[in-house]
Design a protein around this ligand. Sequence first.
Ligand code: KG4
Ligand code: ZN
Length: 341
Amino acid sequence: MPLFSVWVQPMRVLGIETSCDETGIAVYCAAEGLLAHTIYTQTEVHAPFGGVVPELASRDHIRKLIPLLDQVLAEASLTVRDINGVAYTKGPGLVGALMTGAMMGRALGFALGVPTIGVHHLEGHLLASFLEEDAPAYPFLALLVSGGHTELIKVEGLGRYTQIGDTLDDAAGEAFDKTAKLLGLGYPGGAALAKLAEQGDSNRFHFPRPMTDRPGLDFSFSGLKTFALNTIETHGLDDKTKADVARAFQDAVVDTLTIKCKRALQQTGYKSLVIAGGVGANLALRASLKKLCDKFNAKLFFPRQEFCTDNGAMIAYAGCQRLLAGERDDLSVKVSARLGL
Ligand code: KG4
Ligand code: ZN
């Protein structure tokens, strides 16, 4: 019999995401998994401007952060005293927006006397699949496709990331958004374009598959929106043409990403492929990569749709892993618009 025993609480980490136009708050527990999370999207604030207005984003995060924190704690039946770690997104992103979450996270960590850490936004995306029951194991190949990034990454463990492919110009999500804008689908248009593509005829237009005719794992998507523009100028913008252009564009992006993933699986010999980032919500992409993985005897992993786009749960998860590894930040608050992984 021990003379005394010490009750050790499991690590419960509050995650705060404010890098762009989503306010995400979550609590992840090392022992019990995700306890609660919420995502508030500012789409309505920015839609009239056709893109994210940084100052409005910061102000809206400030308005929402504390009510959302209260909501998440109530959902998890916790009080703020039950939190024993804090993680916030430190970059990349909009500096003002990042500051709102970082300041709240850092202040809360200080007030509660708990370890606090800034998390790289892309690390959050890379590890989001670990929030699911069907989670990957290291090592795996990650296809990170978001509004700002299109990368192929070898993930060998926490913090062990090697980029093996990158975009030379527009990111996949950016190409989706710009093409959606050409089709009059508003901002952000990725999901709306994907929906419209379902009604499109895949045989009417054929868009190029950029950089697939040469070796390598890099991408270039900026030519596709020009191709879309030329097609619209030639054929007009009636409803059928809109849907057919959306379909041809999506087919081209999905095919291109699939061809590069195939090469990367061959090159690495890895048997697990993880999709991360907002474009990972695209069902046509998921279906195409599933087919590829089946052919290669590999397994495909992806987070549920709401964890593909920006969210607090992925930051809470990644922060929890870093804190468990003994990492902590000091009291200074450091955020960066640009930040290498
Ligand atoms: O990861 P994310 O939320 O933000 C960044 O970190 O960039 O990704 C947002 C991007 C946007 O470009 C959006 O249009 C795209 O993901 N997206 C989609 C879909 N849902 C979101 N693109 C294609 N199909 C979708 N279903
Ligand atoms: Zn993101």
